[in-house]
Ligand binder design. Structure first.
Ligand code: MN
Length: 509
């Protein structure tokens, strides 16, 4: 068989990864990236090892054109692509942008033809032929997408692709634009396309309206499709696109197929995309969610500490994540002992039991037990009265509409006075930056997560700030609760930093 796998119910040997975080992902409601932030994400995607980066939609705005141009001229390893509608103007915009390839999107379902384009099937075929030819004449690699392919007439869909391929299209994509495929239908559709089309690349493009985008993508690959479109964190319109990290890790772990993706960069890539787009990753998200490798239950942690495979299908290191055992009412003594030992504390059986009961009673009151709380409980139970390694002496924050938010802090760090001053985007950012400045040279601690919420309503509400910080392979969580958001933030940051710098093994402190 010319293209390798046909109807063989197994995966092609080579699967291309087409990332559309910066195009379909950016169409997520509320997301709009600047060209500079798009470039940061593109560089990271390139490092990750994707084959194609769809950088944007050159024709839709000046900013998009600027972003595609900026990314195209970097000389990245990945092929840089821009989306386009089936118009000469859109195609010329892609050619102008300097992108290597064009993702030409043309509707194919009668619903779209009738209500969106007001064109007949015959007219669409003519447009397709002309557009593909025009794009080829501009020297572009042509990736031809059938929009709403999964609701199109199958014979027409094949005719559409054959027309495009005859005109020079290099790859074809069947889009499940509204996410209505099932794995069975996906398998049948892509088997049919693969066996009837003479083209090097048949790609799948799935949306997650029924939560099946990843399963549908994998079903298509097993039917012989050899490229998938996906986004980091599954970003995209409505319920989003197929999630890149989920497909890559599923192929690797469940189907034993390694793609040329540096999986250990997936977690940090997810975090970068989340930060720059402002779209949080749900904690229970597969592969990159905060809870994917966090355990609280006592029954689980006991097994987990003996052998992580007991309750983890993959190791966190595979995606660059970290295993965390969080204290709480479901905790068992094993998990708590392990956490305390990481802080250098060696409680007796009796002390451990008391710490354990106190943690449970805090948890039973509906409160989250932070690592900082666990340390405080253990210190009081064990009668340790060690001074906190980091103590706040004074803080000044200046903020307003005609001043750059600036903060200065004076801290005691292991008995020595340290100073730090920094600016930020706002008073909280400035204050945390100042603390980091003061401490970073001595203690390389990173702020991994910062969440804030008002507990009560009103402008005088209590705010609760929860942070997670990292030092090497250790992480610590802490909370600050105050009416002043700057002070609540500092309490939380310093609380977590204190857990990470507290080491009862180190007698010199
Ligand atoms: Mn799409």
């Amino acid at each position: 068989m010319k293209w390798g796998i046909v109807l063989s119910n197994r995966l092609p040997e080579e699967i291309r990864v087409f990332d559309t975080t910066l195009r379909d992902g950016e169409q997520t409601p509320g997301v709009s990236l600047t060209p500079e932030n798009k470039l940061r994400i593109a560089k990271r995607l390139d490092e990750l090892g994707v084959d194609v980066i769809e950088a944007g939609f050159a024709a839709v705005s000046e900013g998009e054109m600027k972003a595609v141009k900026l990314i195209a001229k970097q000389g990245l390893n990945a092929e840089i692509c821009s989306a386009a509608r089936g118009t000469i103007g859109d195609i010329d915009a892609v050619a102008e942008s300097g992108a290597d390839s064009i993702h030409l999107i043309i509707p194919t379902s009668d619903l779209h033809l009738e209500y969106k384009l007001k064109k007949t099937r015959v007219e669409i075929l003519k447009i397709t032929k002309n557009c593909v030819k025009h794009a080829k004449n501009q020297g572009l690699i042509v990736e031809l997408s059938a929009e709403d392919a999964t609701r199109a007439n199958l014979n027409f869909l094949k005719k559409f692709f054959v027309t495009g391929i005859s005109a020079g299209a290099d790859r074809v994509v069947a889009c499940d634009t509204v996410g209505v495929l099932t794995p069975e239908k996906s398998y049948a559709l892509f088997s049919e396309l693969r066996s009837s089309l003479d083209v090097p690349v048949v790609s799948v493009h799935c949306h997650n309206d029924f939560g099946m985008a990843v399963a549908n993508s994998i079903a298509a690959l097993r039917a012989g499709a050899n490229q998938f479109h996906a986004t980091i964190n599954g970003l995209g319109e409505r319920a989003g696109n197929a999630s890149l990290e989920e497909i890559v890790i599923s192929l690797k772990s469940l189907y034993k197929l390694d793609l040329a993706i540096k999986t250990e960069l997936l977690y940090s890539t997810s975090q970068l995309v989340s930060r720059l787009t402002g779209i949080y990753v749900q904690p229970n998200k597969a592969i990159v969610g905060e809870n994917a490798f966090t355990h609280e239950s006592g029954i689980h942690t006991q097994g987990l500490l003996a052998n992580p495979l007991t309750y983890e299908p993959i190791s966190p290191e595979l995606v660059g994540g970290t295993r965390r055992i969080s204290p709480g009412k479901h905790s068992g003594t094993h998990g708590i002992r392990d956490s305390l030992e990481k802080m250098g504390l060696k409680p007796t059986e009796e002390q451990l039991k008391e710490v354990f009961l106190k943690v449970k009673s805090v948890g039973d009151k509906g409160k989250i037990v932070m690592d900082a709380d666990l340390l405080a409980i253990a210190e009081s139970v064990m009668g340790l009265s060690k001074a906190k390694p980091i103590q706040l002496q004074e803080i000044t924050v200046v903020s307003g509409d005609k001043v750059t938010p600036t903060a200065s802090v004076r801290l005691r760090l292991n008995g020595k006075e340290v100073l730090g001053a920094a600016v930020g985007v706002g008073p909280v950012d400035a204050a945390i930056n100042a603390v980091k400045k003061a401490i970073l040279e001595v203690e390389p601690i990173l702020l991994e997560q910062y969440n804030v919420k008002a507990i009560t309503g009103g402008t005088d509400a209590m705010v609760e700030v929860v942070v997670r910080m990292r030092k090497g392979d250790r992480t610590a969580t802490a909370m600050g609760v105050r009416v002043d958001i700057v002070m609540a933030s500092l309490d939380a940051v310093l609380g977590a930093m204190n857990v990470l710098t507290t080491d009862y093994n180190n007698k010199s402190q």
